[in-house]
Design a protein. Structure first.
Length: 398
């Protein structure tokens, strides 16, 4: 009996410790489970906060797809500090020396074949030089030289036969005179054509020595009789006179070139691109004038009109590290200037900027833009229209 009691006591002790250890393990598991729940809840709150911040950061986005951008011709430029010349905006006028211009026209209908590859804008030509050939081969109306030859030979035959018949008074003197006139007309036409006819076609020549100002047709283009082919001018160079106000007299010696825009034109030209240079600047003013003239010269290549007035941006000292954009990149609303910055391949934001000086082509950006940002330089107006007609969907984020 004593042995049974001892055995029961040992089993009770083992059972007690076994139950105590199991409860402690369960308590630890419960604690870990509660910790995981709190961690998951905290992680969920963090994700929600990030999503909320992402949505708020893109709240002013303008959605404009890649396809829309391609159709609108949108172009992007990365804002990069670079060299930029300080410019002075003044008025001016295009002037030229005394000289003549001549428009060389086609004397026959057909396909234009230029005499050589050097027949281009700015090329020198001499009087009598062949500019192009006009070929009528394989054209429905036929070769005018051959037609003129046939007409001449027929008129000559009719006239010679009429002369013999007139001796016998079979043909009246009135009819003979009429046939003679037809013969002479055909002869003149044939000689005019035949004189310039070659195996390559009818030659078109310049009667003026000078320079080709404009080439008005392309190689292989069809032309009709009298259609202009090139313009030849004696003036290879034109001059640009800019009037600088007296208060800017200290800038005259710094002028290195100019950009200019003729009145009524949207194109802005650069004297540098036209091989221009500064000829002179005044060191004294004329009586009654408050301006000092600066004269530049440039190649007479393009649609320049002598005597036309122009807006001129005289270029001065070069500065380093200037952030600038093409003028077309800017839009304006109520006197405030904006650019459109690409933040995603299909998303843009409008950014207010403060501008500085302009050279007529680009404009300095003083505030509102950071180096490395991608800015719309062409198609900004289309994106502006999209911002007025489309609102960002609720919950959109990238």
């Amino acid at each position: 009996m004593k042995k049974i009691g001892t055995t029961f006591l040992v089993l009770s002790v083992v059972l007690f410790f076994s139950c105590g250890g199991h409860n402690h393990h369960d308590h630890e598991e419960a604690h870990d489970h509660e910790h995981n729940i709190e961690s998951d809840h905290s992680h969920s709150d963090s994700e929600h906060s990030e999503k909320k911040n992402s949505h708020e950061g893109h709240a002013d986005e303008i959605i404009f797809s890649k396809h829309q951008a391609e159709e609108a011709g949108v172009k992007i430029e990365t804002a990069t500090p670079a060299k930029f010349r300080t410019s002075l905006q003044v008025s001016g006028q295009i002037i030229s020396g005394q000289g003549d211009e001549q428009t060389v026209v086609a004397t026959s209908a057909g396909i234009v074949l230029f005499a050589n590859a050097s027949i281009a804008e700015g090329a020198a030509v001499s009087a009598g030089q062949t500019i192009a050939f006009v070929s009528s081969k394989n054209i429905q109306d036929g070769d005018p030289s051959e037609k003129a030859k046939a007409a001449y030979e027929a008129a000559k035959s009719d006239y010679n036969r009429a002369k013999e018949l007139a001796k016998e008074q079979i043909v009246s003197q009135k009819d003979l005179a009429q046939l003679k006139m037809q013969y002479e007309t055909a002869r003149i036409a044939y000689e005019a054509q035949g004189k310039h006819a070659t195996a390559s076609g009818v030659t078109v020549s310049s009667s003026l020595s000078g320079y080709i100002k404009n080439r008005l047709v392309s190689q292989g283009e069809y032309v009709s009789v009298g259609q202009p082919i090139v313009t030849v001018t004696k003036n290879r160079r034109l001059q640009l006179r800019a009037d600088v106000p007296m208060e800017n007299i200290n800038l005259l010696s710094q002028i290195s070139g100019a950009n200019f825009q003729m009145a009524g034109s949207k194109n802005v030209y650069s004297t540098e691109a036209l091989h221009g240079r500064v000829l002179s600047y005044a060191r004294s003013v004329s009586d009654g004038s408050a301006f000092l003239p600066v004269t530049l010269e440039f190649d007479n290549v393009g649609d320049f009109v002598s005597g036309a007035f122009a807006m001129v941006w005289l270029q001065g000292k070069e500065r380093e590290g200037v952030l600038s954009l093409p003028k077309e990149a800017l839009t304006e609303s109520q006197g405030v200037k904006y650019v459109y910055v690409q933040v995603e391949p299909d998303a843009y934001v409008r950014r207010e900027v403060t501008t500085g000086s302009t050279d007529g082509i680009r404009i300095e950006i003083l505030h509102g833009l950071r180096p490395g940002e991608k800015v719309v330089t062409k198609g900004a107006y289309q994106i502006k229209l999209a911002s007025l007609s489309t609102a960002i969907p609720h919950g959109h984020s990238h």
